[in-house]
Design a protein around this ligand. Sequence first.
Ligand code: GLY
Ligand code: MN
Length: 421
Amino acid sequence: MFDKKIYVSRRECLKKLVGDGLIVIVGNSESPMSYGDNCYNFIQDSTFLYYFGLNSPDLIGVIDVDSNEEYIFGKEFTMNDIIWMGGQKSFKDRALEVGVKSFLETEELKKILELTKLNDKKIHFTNQYRLENSLKISKLLDKSLDEVEKDFSEKLVSSIIEMRNIKADYEIIEMEKATNVTREMHLTAMKNVKAGMKGYELVALLECEAKKYNATPSFHTICTTNGQILHNHFHGNVFKEGDLVLLDCGARLENGYCGDMTTVFPVSGKFDERQKDLYSLLIEMFEKAEECTKPGVTNKTVHLEVCKVLAKGFVERGLMKGDVEDIVKAGAHALFFPHGLGHMIGLDVHDMENFGENNVGYDSETSRETQFGIRSLRMGKELKAGYVLTIEPGIYFIPELIQKWKSEDLFVTTQLVTNKV
Ligand code: GLY
Ligand code: MN
């Protein structure tokens, strides 16, 4: 948790941006895995964490913009909780640590909301991604689930995105820590991989590395010899001499900040000539992205510049032909790089994606393309100082896609790809 001044000033800023009404930010509950008392790791809602800092289930933060009152609602610990979980700092004291003077039982919120409705004041809540939170709002506001889905406050959502988009220095420090733990996970995998090992044995070692820092994986670890399958969650491959391992994983610190990194490494510890050649092209793509990523440039431009490096490299290697600009304009390079360059990262690994990919990655100046490849670019808008985003270029040979392209003569008729692959 940060100093309480940070949470106080974030809420002040949110009040100014939203302007009026009552803001309701719903924290997450425990999520049962197989029965009520056997739950998945608790993950607090990132927006609740951002404005109210408390990493416990069943809390709701409320900001009355007009009266300047702030509350956290929940349920104070009972003797029964203490018997099962030990003595706990009260929620009243925890709320004070984030600068909120009023901690009240959740039943009290119903009364405040009724009064707000009677006074015809706007109640702002965000769009929800967990059904139990939609149900909480539905009950509190006497709305149907359909109404909860469509009546969310666009003003609140755009204000939150505007604020969370820009990472403060103290957040970047935490993200660097998350990235360093992520780096340790990758180095552990590289040092320990060997022929005969199973994917899950390597995953156990690298996820154990995160645990050493009290971190958890920030998303499902991808650790596979079939890296051409983009979100491959299968860990049952047996690594062989000559294989390449694709590892895409990250650490999430206890305070919520995330890392996300992808590496490719040879099981034998040494790339063969062909692997080395393609890997060096991938590094060129990465370096181009690093060079182009700066305030004032759209991430769509950065993505396209990286695609041109791939196209140029493939022309030089006889896999594509024609003019690099034409190849990228036609989207032919996407046969080998079908996803976007990267995404915003922060308290969520795809930061704020619960508010909608386009609301986070695009704005009034930029719109999402429909062409295969670039349509998967999550982040296309102009970059600003304070944005933190991933750079994740890739080169893939997806047999089904190559088959489709060969059977449909895709791009061959326009003379952009050769049939050497
Ligand atoms: N690095 C995995 C992903 O962004 O989906
Ligand atoms: Mn990623």
